[in-house]
Design a protein around this ligand. Structure first.
Ligand code: ACO
Length: 382
């Protein structure tokens, strides 16, 4: 290879760790101090105080709503919960064993074909689509679960509020006060989290001036992986596999010796406790106790202690969200879809923010292949 053919030397930042790839005012993750801010509010100050509707309004508008604005937002989103017939048919046609995340990803993509504003990326059209997606995604999840279990499909009960209504449409139960609060907090805590992998994927897609549905579809694909949102389902699998508190020490040591990841632990940004885990730990305990499954909380707590002793790492949002969701009656296969419904408002806020000051996101790579290989025509190759 001639010297003129050598690629320019480049430094690769693996996993883009520490790379600042966007400006945002939506949320801030302070990994050193273990703090999370939504539009300037510390998550510890608002998580127990606001509803999921207030949280959505905050992420989309940069301020908390008054009561009238809350009602308007709730009615607008609930008013958009009905699905096009073709999307319902897709849910029915999906192979029973296919993962709910795969069906949800495909259904969101199909929604774009029926959205009257599909390719309109003006701010007003984007706001209408955001409300539609925030309403339709929970319906897809609830309907899919009920169709697969031969249960009647339920219509929204707006008086329950967004998150409790979603839980009702999924499980068929009317949640009590503790369950309502837990579902709200679960969804609030998952609503946004800086430039995480799925949010970055969404921003990359809309930076090409592609449409909102494409960006959300891509984000769902990114969230599905076990290193991101897919970890919560795996946590429940781990708890079932361990099965007894006396087996935890041996199980965790075995995993670590074999260099395997403990699902629901570790984080790219937090170097201390994930602030979301603190709230979810509390609701895991309350709900496991209420549903006579205290052993699941006790096992989780013991796993937390042992992983910290052995490896010095903390649980992330996915760890206690598993037992919270399980105790709320949500099947494990749907855990990551609940994450999608919760994170959708955050993705939408980032998509709108990206459009408002767009520059194509197009990094570069360090080429490690060869150059200048002599060409041999097809007929002359051995
Ligand atoms: N179990 C065991 N060891 C772990 C774990 C874990 N869950 N997480 C990190 N480590 C260890 C690594 O083995 C490594 O140790 P070493 O230095 O002795 O080799 C060290 O911690 C640093 O790990 P990295 O891979 O460099 O951390 P990275 O920032 O790339 O990974 C990630 C972050 C992917 C979240 C990782 O912690 C992980 O795989 N966790 C399990 C999956 C999970 O829970 N994902 C959900 C994350 S939260 C969210 O996305 C919603």
């Amino acid at each position: 290879m001639g010297s003129q053919e050598k690629p320019v030397e480049k430094i690769v930042v693996r996993g883009l760790e520490g790379v600042v790839a966007a400006e945002t005012s939506i949320s801030y993750v302070d990994g050193v101090h273990g703090r999370l801010y939504y539009q300037g509010y510390d998550i510890h100050d608002i998580a127990e105080q606001i509803s999921f509707i207030e949280c959505i309004f905050l992420l989309w508008n940069g301020r908390l709503p008054n009561r009238r604005e809350c009602d308007e937002m709730r009615n607008a989103i609930v008013g958009e919960m009905k699905l096009p017939d073709a999307v319902l048919e897709l849910l029915k046609a999906s192979p029973e064993k296919s993962h709910p995340m795969a069906v949800l990803r495909t259904a969101v993509s199909l929604l774009s074909c029926f959205d009257p504003d599909a390719d309109d990326t003006t701010p007003s059209a984007n706001y209408r689509k955001a409300k539609r997606l925030a309403g339709q995604i929970p319906t897809i999840i609830a309907h899919l679960h009920r169709l697969r279990n031969g249960l009647p499909l339920l219509t929204p009960r707006p008086e329950l509020g967004l998150s409790a209504n979603f839980l009702h449409m999924l499980t068929g139960n009317i949640p009590d006060e503790l369950e309502k609060r837990a579902m709200d907090i679960l969804m609030i805590l998952h609503a946004d989290h800086g430039l995480n992998a799925s949010t970055f994927a969404a921003r990359v897609i809309c930076s090409t001036l592609s449409d909102m549905h494409s960006a959300v579809t891509g984000a769902i694909g990114a969230l599905k992986g076990p290193l991101h949102g897919g970890a919560n389902e795996k946590v429940m699998g781990m708890l079932h596999e361990i099965n007894h508190i006396d087996r935890i020490q041996e199980y965790i040591e075995g995993m670590l010796e074999n260099k395997k990841r403990i699902m629901g632990f570790g984080h790219r940004v937090y170097r201390t406790e994930d602030p979301r885990a603190k709230h979810l730990r509390k609701y895991s305990e309350l709900l496991c106790e209420k549903t006579s499954q205290k052993h699941l909380f006790e096992m989780s707590h013991r796993i937390e202690k042992i992983v910290f002793e052995q490896k010095g790492i903390y649980p992330n949002v996915d760890f206690y969200s598993a037992t919270v969701q399980h105790a709320l009656g949500i099947p494990a296969a749907y855990f990551t879809t609940i994450f999608v419904a919760s994170r959708t408002p955050g993705w939408l806020a980032h998509i709108i923010e990206q459009y408002s000051d767009n520059r194509l996101i197009r990094p570069t790579s360090k080429y490690t292949g060869e150059m200048g290989i002599p060409f041999v025509p097809l007929g002359k190759r051995g």
